[in-house]
Write a protein that binds this ligand. Structure first.
Ligand SMILES: Nc1ncnc2c1ncn2[C@@H]1O[C@H](COP(=O)(O)OP(=O)(O)OP(=O)(O)O)[C@@H](O)[C@H]1O
Length: 199
């Protein structure tokens, strides 16, 4: 599987955000997207996730499920954790697994993997910022999708959780996955290509 992005440009509300963005990522590879605040890192991920249209440029995913689009083969974990406050972590993961399809790890096992087993039945509203982040990342484990699009994945994570995150990503890459992550901080991976967007 190979993700090739060429000459991508984006405008928001008629204002140019970035242009000339390109990269190629093979299976087992990670890309860190860096740049100043407002450079368009989240915007780039949202375009890859199919949530925004680029002004120009091409995005090609080669070698995956031919009948599925990139967004259908990607997990997108955005800035916001997309959790309903009244649901429990277990309910939230069961929902995501049913919605995303391709079931992989059982929700309770994913919670244990992210060290959230003790909070499985609490309303998400009670979770701390780091716990909410870990729950959003647990979503990556319950459905099998080869491309992970992660926006500031380590924000709010303590040192131990950052190590855990790096282990999850390394294991995904080891299985032939692809990861694109917008970040201001090092991701703790053994190897990741980097592109900087904006000035
Ligand atoms: N819905 C919107 N309508 C118009 N402009 C927007 C919208 N959302 C974001 N923008 C603008 O697009 C630009 C890029 O924003 P984006 O969130 O992609 O930046 P970023 O590089 O991820 O920033 P940060 O490092 O602060 O997270 C910013 O100037 C922002 O104000």
């Amino acid at each position: 599987m190979r993700l090739v992005v060429e000459n991508l440009a984006c405008e928001r509300s008629g204002r140019p955000i970035f242009s000339g963005v390109g990269f190629a990522l093979d299976e087992g590879q990670a890309l860190a997207v860096t740049g100043r605040n407002g450079a368009g890192k989240s915007t780039l991920l949202q375009i890859l996730a199919g949530l925004l249209e680029p002004a120009s440029g091409t995005i090609l995913l080669d070698g995956g499920h031919d009948e599925r689009t990139l967004p259908e083969q990607a997990h997108y974990v955005g800035h916001r954790d997309a959790l309903k406050p009244a649901l429990t972590p277990l309910e939230a993961l069961a929902f995501w697994q049913a919605m995303l399809g391709e079931p992989a790890m059982a929700p309770d096992d994913a919670l244990d993997r992210l060290d959230l087993g003790h909070a499985a039945d609490l309303p998400c509203a009670y979770l701390s910022a780091g716990q909410r982040r870990r729950l959003a990342l647990a979503r990556l484990l319950v459905s099998d999708r080869p491309v992970w699009l992660l926006d500031e994945p380590t924000s709010a994570l303590d040192a131990g959780s950052q190590t855990l995150f790096a282990e999850l990503v390394e294991s995904h890459l080891g299985r032939g996955g692809l990861v694109v992550a917008a970040t201001h901080a090092p991701l703790g991976l053994h190897e990741a290509a980097t592109i900087r967007i904006g000035a």
